[in-house]
Structures are given as structure tokens and as C-alpha cells.
Design a protein around this ligand. Structure first.
Ligand SMILES: Nc1ncnc2c1ncn2[C@@H]1O[C@H](COP(=O)(O)OP(=O)(O)OP(=O)(O)O)[C@@H](O)[C@H]1O
Ligand SMILES: [Mg+2]
Length: 396
């Protein structure tokens, strides 16, 4: 079956005992896309990836990779994917060369092709200097590169990378992202990470999961726009002014609040002898000119004016704040996130857009789902009881 949809998750559900790790997760990844799979700890990223890579079975729903159903033909699926698990299982007493040779033989690659593939993998993953070393003696960064090497050795069209850049130093991260971008031109990549800057750097699209559900899915700009909010910080000298006397914080606050487009204003702490404020506005307007004019008209000495370039951080926190809040025994509204004003134009960009998915996990509501996939359930239960990392190692 040829199709442009390289990865498809259809209403995936996964339970570990009474814990609902995934709840109707659906998305598609098309040929050539590099998609960032984002979510806080425990959101279900690794669980989703392990289903897609045939390591565990879902409790409900189904998935196809390269048009092949992960249950019907898991071997065919594995041929099409390179998978780097979150904790890459490596044989620490093997040298890097031996390990890559071993994984290529498992993949059915002949000796001549191996030499060729090894050359590429070594270059791409920067392994030239450690090829003869035991994996056990390598730093974590190098081990990750070896893990990436095994994922690439058979030149798969699809890569599933579970936090590949975790614990890499900034240079290695940048190198790896550069490569990921390059291979993303003719491969399909699903890449999980906590680092939003990496997603901005390497991915055109992001899927954000929270508590086992997809809460946003789309082009990064659209996800940002869906949130509709931009943050500015403005810093005014508290000792000097352009004209007249230096302003008091209350004066600045009142003037900022009076701006028509300002949705929320609050004072921020600063070590400088200055007043610093945060101003929130709709992303449909650019307040920078207004803020500059205001400062000039008021005779304030403007020290800094910044439009927040990291608004994806805010988007992420806004979409996933319920997780953290729950852990800390707070209601989501109590979280100190920049959403004190609700968004009027708050049409979600995500498919599921389950922003209001805070209802407690209700055991009943999933039971009907489970009936879909009885055979996979058995598998699943076994897996949930065993240590999955060991499991991966055995099969990996
Ligand atoms: N084998 C397992 N047995 C029981 N619970 C599990 C198992 N694997 C995962 N979970 C639970 O399922 C939920 C989702 O876990 P998952 O590892 O998919 O999250 P994640 O998004 O990858 O998080 P992280 O960013 O920390 O890697 C978590 O609550 C986790 O504790
Ligand atoms: Mg994970």
C-alpha cells in the first residue's frame, strides 16, 4: 500500500493497570515531515512511540507505519523504522564497531553494504574517534550517538527518536539537530523532546500531548496563533526621565493598563533601578510601536523593550499546566502561568484540542474502547507487568 501518510495513530489507548497512559491519541505524520512530539513528563510520548515501534500493544485503537498495521506485520514495520528509545539499550562490553556490525547483521545487511552504511553513519553521528572503544567506556553523549547510529544503520525511511538530544552538550545538540533537519528532507521523523527550542529549530510541526491526550497538533505558527497571546517586557528607568521627574511604578502600571490592546499587565521583579512590566496582548497586534510611543510621550526613559520570542514555552505551559498542578495538589488555575486573562479568540488549533480534559480518569469511560482489541490486551498486560526497559533490550 503506497500512501503519503507514513505514521498513523488511530485513537490509541493504553492502560497500565488502572493508569490511563494514553487516551484516544490520534495523529498522522506524512512523508518528509519532521514532527516534534512534545509533552511534560509522563504525558505518554514514550508509550506512543513504543506502540508505533511494536514494542508494546495498545489497549485500544490501532496504528500503521508506512501503511502497515503494527499488529498485522510488526516485522515489516520494524524494517521501515529506525528507533532510538529514550534509554537506548546498548551492549556495553562491545566496541562501537562491533555493535553497529551486530545490529546491521540483525537487520539483514550484507557485508559490502555494511561498510558503506557504516561510513555514512560514522560521519553523521560523529563516531570516527570511538569506533574501536568499548561502549561501556563512552560518555552519555557518545552512547546516544551510537544509539542513533543503530537506528540509521539500515537506512530506514522513518525514524522514531525518543528524546535523542537529552543530555547532549550544546555543540552535540546543534550538530544532531542539523543532521535531523537534513535527513528530514527525504525521511519522516517523529522526535520527542522537552526542549521547545529544538522543536522550533528542527520541526515544522508539533504534536503536543498532555495526560495521554493530544492537546495541540499543527504547524508551530498555527499552534502559537491558536493561543492568541504575545508577551512583551518593558523596562523603564526609575531614577531618570527624558522629561520631568522619574515615573513611579504605579504611574507606569496605570498607563500600560490604559493601552487599548493590553490584555494583562503585571510588574516583574528586577535587580536594576528600574520598573519592569509584562504586558500581554493578542498576537494579532504588534504592541511594540505603541509601547515605544507611550514611553516617549510620557517622557519615560526606556531601557528595554522586548517581544517574547519564546512564546512557544508559554503555549506549552498553558496547554499542559494541568499535569504539574495536579502533581502539586493545586488546581490548574493556581499555576503561575501567563494566562491570567482568558483568550477571547481561543479557537484551538489542535485536532483534539482537548484543553478541557481535566476530568479525573474515569475507568468506565474506556471500557468500551478496550473491546476493539482483545488480542492485543493479553500482550499488553504482560508488558505492563514486566520491566519494559529490559524488554526492549531483549528485543532491541
Ligand atoms: N511499563 C509501565 N508500567 C506502568 N506504568 C507505566 C509504564 N510505562 C509508562 N507508564 C506510565 O505511563 C505514563 C506515560 O509514560 P511515558 O513514559 O509514555 O511518558 P513520557 O511522555 O514519555 O514521559 P517522559 O518525558 O518522562 O519520558 C506515565 O504515567 C508512566 O508512569
Ligand atoms: Mg518518555
Amino acid at each position: 500500500m503506497t500512501t503519503d501518510v507514513m505514521i498513523e495513530a488511530k485513537s490509541l489507548g493504553k492502560r497500565f493497570g488502572y493508569l490511563k497512559a494514553l487516551d484516544k491519541v490520534s495523529f498522522q505524520v506524512r512523508r518528509g515531515e519532521v514532527v516534534g512530539f512534545l509533552g511534560p513528563n509522563g504525558a505518554g510520548k514514550s508509550t506512543t512511540m513504543r506502540i508505533l515501534t511494536c514494542f508494546i500493544a495498545p489497549t485500544s485503537g490501532s496504528a500503521t507505519v508506512h501503511g502497515i498495521d503494527v499488529f498485522e506485520d510488526p516485522l515489516a514495520v520494524r524494517e521501515k523504522i529506525g528507533y532510538l528509545p529514550q534509554r537506548a539499550p546498548l551492549y556495553t562490553d562491545m566496541t562501537v564497531w562491533d555493535y553497529l556490525e551486530f545490529t546491521s547483521r540483525i537487520r539483514g545487511i550484507d557485508a559490502a553494504s555494511f561498510t558503506n552504511r557504516l561510513k555514512q553513519v560514522v560521519e553523521v553521528c560523529g563516531l570516527a574517534q570511538v569506533l574501536g572503544k568499548d561502549i561501556g567506556t563512552l560518555s552519555h553523549g557518545y552512547r546516544q550517538r551510537v544509539g542513533l547510529g543503530q537506528a540509521l544503520i539500515h537506512d530506514p525511511p522513518i525514524l522514531i527518536l525518543d528524546e535523542p538530544t537529552a543530555d547532549l552538550d550544546p555543540n552535540e545538540k546543534a550538530e544532531l539537530l542539523k543532521y535531523i533537519k537534513r535527513i528530514g528532507k527525504d525521511r519522516t521523523i517523529l522526535l520527542s523532546t522537552h526542549n521547545l527550542h529544538e522543536v522550533e529549530e528542527a520541526c515544522a510541526r508539533a504534536i503536543i500531548v498532555s495526560k495521554g491526550r493530544v492537546v495541540a497538533d499543527g504547524v508551530l505558527d498555527d499552534i502559537r496563533a491558536g493561543q492568541g497571546q504575545v508577551r512583551y517586557t518593558i523596562t523603564i528607568d526609575e531614577q531618570q526621565a527624558l522629561r520631568g521627574s522619574a515615573p513611579k511604578a504605579a504611574q507606569v502600571l496605570a498607563a500600560l493598563k490604559a493601552l487599548k490592546e493590553a490584555r494583562g499587565v503585571r510588574e516583574l521583579p528586577t535587580d536594576e533601578r528600574a520598573h519592569r512590566f509584562e504586558v500581554l496582548s493578542s498576537d494579532r497586534v504588534d504592541l511594540r510601536a505603541e509601547l515605544f510611543k507611550l514611553a516617549f510621550e510620557q517622557g519615560w526613559l526606556l531601557l528595554e523593550l522586548r517581544r517574547d520570542a519564546q512564546s512557544l514555552d508559554m503555549v506549552f505551559r498553558n496547554l499542559t499546566k494541568g499535569d504539574e498542578a495536579k502533581d502539586r495538589g493545586r488546581k490548574p488555575e493556581e499555576e503561575p502561568v501567563d494566562d491570567r486573562e482568558s483568550d477571547p479568540g481561543d479557537d484551538e488549533s489542535g485536532d483534539d484540542a482537548a484543553a478541557g480534559d481535566d476530568e479525573p480518569d474515569d475507568d468506565d469511560d474506556d471500557d468500551d474502547d478496550e473491546s476493539d482489541d482483545d488480542e492485543s490486551d493479553d500482550d499488553d498486560d504482560e508488558d505492563s507487568e514486566s520491566d519494559d526497559d529490559d524488554d526492549e533490550k531483549e528485543r532491541g
